[in-house]
Ligand binder design. Structure first.
Ligand SMILES: [Zn+2]
Length: 58
């Protein structure tokens, strides 16, 4: 029995597309995945402030 549902739209999933009902839904999931990566903000501070102090001596 194939009781899997598409994780995107809830329609019956097709074996060919694993957990999705169609290539479109597979792409949507992939897009979300990649999108989340880009959304993560970088909280790193630049660590070359010491450099600036040295340059100002001139
Ligand atoms: Zn779907």
């Amino acid at each position: 029995m194939n009781a899997k549902k598409c994780v995107i739209c809830g329609k019956p999933a097709v074996e060919k597309y694993k957990a999705f009902c169609s290539a479109r839904c597979a792409n949507i999931d992939l897009g979300r995945w990649l999108g989340e990566k880009y959304v993560i903000p970088t909280d790193e501070k630049p660590e070359d402030e010491d450099y600036k102090d040295k340059d100002e001596e001139s």
